[in-house]
Design a protein around this ligand. Structure first.
Ligand code: SF4
Ligand code: FE
Length: 482
């Protein structure tokens, strides 16, 4: 089947029988819910841009399985060029949506599972890569969205999965049958699951043999019996239900996260990609994290929008020529491009795994994500500095539109005389959205914790830092002979 358009994608979501809850109630038609629609629109952009000749090279690829043209989000990286194009695509989509467009987690999961399954099969004679390849072909042919689900709720962080007071705090196999397995547990912070056709589950931490039942990787349709989705709240989310545009800041696009409950979900044998091989869990986790960290080049694209918004706010406030404002915009740009540099660098330094699929340079990927845990906060702080307090104290759009008091707002909230007050209010609300509102989930806290919290990168940086080698370098220069 051919690649889908955004509209065909949304039509395909309508056919799913998802079990979604929000505000304590079941959402009967998720695709029509005003809080969900912007996040669905953001994923739809990943479909529509694939048909734009201008972006064809970044948005599409040739499947190594079928030779067919596919959406690049469903592609296995075949060379460093594929890794670099992913980073450029991430920035492009961040610029177009100013939010989390959700589809990248699946691609990073595909690539981590593909290369790991190859190595598990080589050691144990299993057929996980065969199972996975069959699944991936289906995803490519139907042009589906797959949620890559790694993060378990984890309970007591000081205890291994099998030591928890409640054994379900990490997703696990609760029954083994002739035709498959039954799994139970909960994945948290699951980006885009309500807009996904499939959920690809992976373990979340390295494990030893006692955790065998937790060392499980598989994919099932997102509307499988036993799956319950509980939509995550975002700051200012109900503004999307008010029927106005300005107060939302980014009314067209947004991201979402949800809890996925697996209440005894059946997984058929041909959808299992790891089942008890605890010695490969660390590799799978490390590769998913490694691929996903430079995917945060999405934040560079969102950062471009935020820098643009701050520059417009300076124009509208009449301070664009002030030297300290110019310097703040330079600082924001420097920080943003530093993230981009490390995302590109780890991709250019990629290498082939035994499966043939390419992996990024792990050190540089971790440096990239460590930058992401810091720089968007400083970029956001500078944007708030430039915008001024009205971004959080200005009245609502309904007040602006009020026949009784709207004229006061139009008169007194005007900055530069030639710029309509409404434009100034729109830019302030966009900055508010990205730093404090629904968009801040993606731009700020997700920058901190998504693809691993800062300490996860520091552990990898310590492991890969090779201090012994660096000591030898210093000794050679200082002429030290032990
Ligand atoms: Fe993709 Fe970025 Fe959203 Fe992660 S945060 S899913 S990398 S857009
Ligand atoms: Fe993420």
């Amino acid at each position: 089947m051919a690649m889908k358009t955004g509209k065909e994608y949304i039509d395909s979501l309508r056919k799913l029988n998802l079990n979604v809850y929000m505000f304590g109630e079941k959402v009967l038609v998720p695709v029509d819910h005003p809080i969900i629609i912007p996040s669905m629109n953001a994923v739809a952009v990943t479909y529509d841009l694939a048909f734009d000749p201008l972006y064809e090279d970044l948005m599409t690829a040739t499947s190594h399985l079928t030779g067919e043209k596919i959406n690049r989000f469903n592609h296995i990286f075949q060379n460093t060029s594929d890794l670099v194009k992913k980073v450029k695509r991430q920035r492009l989509l961040g610029q177009k949506t100013a939010c989390c467009f959700q589809r990248c987690v699946g691609q990073d999961a595909f690539n981590a599972v593909y290369s790991t399954a190859f190595e598990v099969d080589a050691k144990y004679g299993t057929n996980y890569l065969g199972n996975f390849t069959k699944f991936l072909r289906y995803v490519q042919d139907e042009d589906l969205v797959t949620d890559g689900a790694m993060t378990d709720v984890k309970g007591d962080r000081g205890l291994a999965p099998s030591q928890q007071a409640d054994p379900d705090l990490y997703l696990r196999v609760v029954e083994r049958r002739e035709d498959g397995i039954v799994v139970r547990g909960c994945k948290a912070h699951q980006t885009g699951i309500v807009n996904s056709h499939e959920v690809l589950c992976m373990p979340t931490i390295s494990m030893d043999p006692a955790d065998k039942d937790y060392a499980v990787c598989f994919s099932v349709p997102s509307d499988s019996p036993g799956i319950v989705l509980i939509y995550g709240r975002q700051s200012c989310d109900t503004r999307k239900m008010e029927g106005t545009e300005i107060d939302v800041g980014n009314s067209q696009y947004g991201g979402h996260e949800a809890l996925i409950i697996f209440d005894d979900v059946f997984v058929p044998n041909d959808r299992i990609f790891l089942n008890g091989e605890t010695d490969f869990v660390g590799t799978l986790v490390e590769r998913f994290g490694g691929h996903h960290r430079p995917s945060y080049a999405c934040k560079v694209g969102v950062g471009d929008v935020l820098i643009g918004a701050a520059a417009l706010a300076a124009d509208y406030n009449g301070v664009a020529k002030a030297s300290h404002i110019k310097d703040k915009l330079i600082e924001m740009t420097h920080l943003n491009e530093t993230i981009y540099s490390s995302a590109l660098a780890c991709s250019y330094e990629g290498f082939a795994t035994p499966s043939g699929a390419y992996l990024i340079d792990l050190m540089l990927a971790n440096v990239c994500k460590q930058n992401v845990t810091r720089f968007p906060y400083e970029i956001g702080r500078l944007a708030e500095d430039i915008a001024g307090g009205l971004m959080v104290t200005q009245p609502s759009e309904k007040d602006l539109r009020s026949p009784e008091i709207g004229h006061y707002i139009d008169k007194y909230l005007r900055g530069v005389a030639s710029v309509p007050t409404e434009n100034r209010m729109r830019i302030f609300r966009l900055i508010e959205n990205l730093t404090l509102g629904t968009g801040a989930v993606g731009y700020r806290t997700e920058s901190m914790h998504g693809a691993g919290s800062p300490q996860a990168q520091r552990i990898m940086i310590a492991r890969l830092g090779n201090y012994a080698h660096k000591k030898e370098l210093a000794k050679a220069i200082a002429k030290i002979k032990d």
